[in-house]
Design a protein around this ligand. Structure first.
Ligand code: HEM
Length: 544
């Protein structure tokens, strides 16, 4: 509104009203300008002011400016390998124990992403492997943006890990036969079983591998987690998949921003809205089932047999708080997130490696046939354990295409001094570089060569028969973590991958589309994803 001249005003009262109005306008402008300046200062403060690991004195790979380094790391995680390889003359200026480390970053520590990510040597893995609360926290450190992706429910208690260890790992034989049953059921869906000609063995059918494996694994996991009939309910299956997809999206996107800005940014993230939508959906589906199960149990009817699934085991083991239906539904979602995506990534990478190296297919088929025949035609735990060449191939695929370059993440809650004098202050958070040892000549002979049976051959050496397995962890193989917090689900995952690949090898032929080769991985931050859109041709084997 244009300002009027005072002479234009007809009366003193009107003049006063207008003066008042002008004062209000100035106050409003002053308020807006003040808020904007405050917002700008806060924004700059968040971008440039120190956070997290600044108390640790370690050399930084790449840009030292936090925002720039962080942004670059989002698209290019090569500094992980470069830092691991680096030898630096003035390294003793940094950490106290550095002199004993031959000036090699890999033997001490270095930082990435403008200093926000601290990497300590995997030489410390043995002394730290069993250090947990109250000194080092694994759950608080989970790099999944816990509060926003809601993974932080895992910090409320270790109910899920207890149940996996005490129930799943103790009844693997039963769980494997149940998983095999579910797998056969969902495999029927694949188009290669429904060839256009009357004989499906004649028809090559294209499939998006990642989606197909995601479907197979989600269905198998659902059978274990919630039992039948819910495991075949499309609404439940899509709720768990959508929750996982959005949790990944949100966790990765928020890594672009400093911690102090995340509460604000996440408000505007569609992935965050979707997460709460799918959490509610899961609650609505699971709550009546929990109530029904509890009522049936309370009724004391002798004919009632408790379901034998993860949900029931959690219900039986939980305290009052963890046993609330909303909490159980939420934990089920997070467990699907922890298990389905990781296992799908592993099986897809191994499958791409198989398609790229068809010379391995016949020896693997032979091993699988013998293993199953030796157990009376059953795809049992015993039979899967005998598939050592397949196990070795899976491990080689994981070495060459690890799911993450970084792992063993911990938050320091009580200051700790390591055996060589290196000090880690309270509230620092560290990772170990878990991808680079797989490419290190000092650790693996001929690391650039893919040798599918290299771990099988290692196991033939005297006394090493139980080492070098897909599930084995050590300081150079930490894709499942190592020690006290190593992934408790890896035994189940390893068997599920063998079941899927074993059936595909025995019953199908597969190859890349004409003129294409192994699809390139997609790298974001420290994560390495198999191409989610790559297609592979399938057809049924006549022998099957
Ligand atoms: C190939 C597939 C998988 C990979 C690569 C994988 C990897 C990992 C890694 C790296 C960790 C963190 C270890 C650490 O912090 O040191 C972990 C933890 C965990 N994983 Fe897995 N995982 C896989 C499959 C599964 C499956 C199938 C399940 C469930 C059935 C599962 C359940 C868990 C749980 C509950 C934890 C947290 C353990 C704790 O807090 O003590 N994972 N996994």
């Amino acid at each position: 509104m244009a300002l009027k001249r005072i002479s234009d005003f007809p009366s003193k009262d009107t003049l006063l009203i207008h003066i008042n109005w002008i004062q209000q306008q100035s106050r409003a402008r002053f308020f807006i300008a003040g808020s904007l300046s405050f917002g700008l200062i806060f924004f700059l403060y968040c971008l440039f002011v120190a956070e997290g690991n600044d108390l640790v004195n370690a050399p930084i790979m790449g840009s030292k400016i936090r925002i720039l380094g962080n942004f670059r790391f989002f698209f290019d995680a090569s500094p992980v390998q470069k830092g691991y390889n680096k030898v630096c003359g003035d390294f003793e200026n940094y950490s106290e124990g550095a002199k004993t480390h031959n000036n090699q970053f890999r033997n001490s520590m270095f930082k990435l992403a403008g200093g926000s990510i601290l990497i300590i040597s995997n030489n410390y893995a043995e002394e730290l492997r069993n250090v947990g609360e109250p000194i080092l926290s694994q759950t608080e450190a989970i790099s999944f943006q816990g509060i926003y992706s809601t993974v932080n429910i895992l910090t409320e208690s270790n109910l899920h890990a207890r149940v996996i260890q005490s129930k799943i790992n103790h009844q693997l034989s039963h769980i494997i036969s149940m998983s095999d049953d579910e797998l056969r059921f969902v495999l029927e869906e694949i188009p290669a079983n429904k060839g256009k000609s009357s004989d499906p063995c004649d028809t090559w059918t294209p499939e998006v591998s990642f989606d197909r494996f995601m479907r197979l694994i989600t269905c198998i996991t659902a059978r274990l987690f919630v039992g039948s009939p819910l495991c075949r309910d499309e609404e439940w299956l899509s709720t768990t998949i959508k929750f996982s997809e959005n949790a990944w999206k949100l966790a990765i996107f928020l890594r672009l921003f400093p911690d102090s800005l995340k509460p604000l940014i996440q408000i505007f993230c569609p992935a965050a809205w979707e997460l709460s939508k799918y959490r509610k959906k899961a609650q609505n589906i699971i709550t009546p089932i929990i109530i029904e199960r509890r009522q049936a149990e309370a009724a004391g009817n002798e004919s009632y047999k408790k379901p034998n699934d993860f949900l029931q085991w959690m219900m039986d083991d939980a305290n009052e708080f963890d046993g609330r239906p909303d909490k159980l539904a939420h934990r089920l979602l997070i467990m699907t997130l922890a298990s389905s995506f990781t296992t799908t990534m592993a099986v897809t990478q191994t499958f791409f490696d198989l398609c790229a190296r068809p010379e391995y297919i016949e020896p693997l088929r032979e091993e699988i046939r013998d293993a199953v025949q030796n157990d009376g035609g059953l795809w049992s735990k015993k039979a899967l354990t005998r598939m050592r060449k397949l196990d070795s191939f899976m491990k080689e695929s994981q070495r060459t295409n690890p799911p993450s370059l970084l792992g063993f993440k911990r938050k320091v809650r009580v200051p700790i001094t390591l055996s060589d004098g290196v000090h880690l202050p309270k509230n620092s958070t560290f990772f170990m570089a878990i991808g680079p040892p797989g490419q290190d000549e000092a650790v693996v002979a001929d690391p650039t060569q893919f040798k599918g049976f290299r771990h099988f051959n290692e196991r033939l050496k005297p006394g090493e028969c139980n080492l070098h397995q897909f599930i084995t962890t050590d300081k150079n193989t930490m894709h499942f973590g190592h020690g006290k917090y190593a992934c408790p689900g890896r035994f189940f995952a390893s068997n599920v991958i063998k079941l899927i690949l074993g059936h595909l090898l025995s019953e199908y032929e597969f190859r890349f589309l004409d003129g294409t080769g192994r699809p390139c991985n997609i790298e974001v931050l420290e994560y390495i994803f198999p191409d989610p859109e790559a297609q592979v041709l399938f057809r049924r084997r006549a022998e099957a």
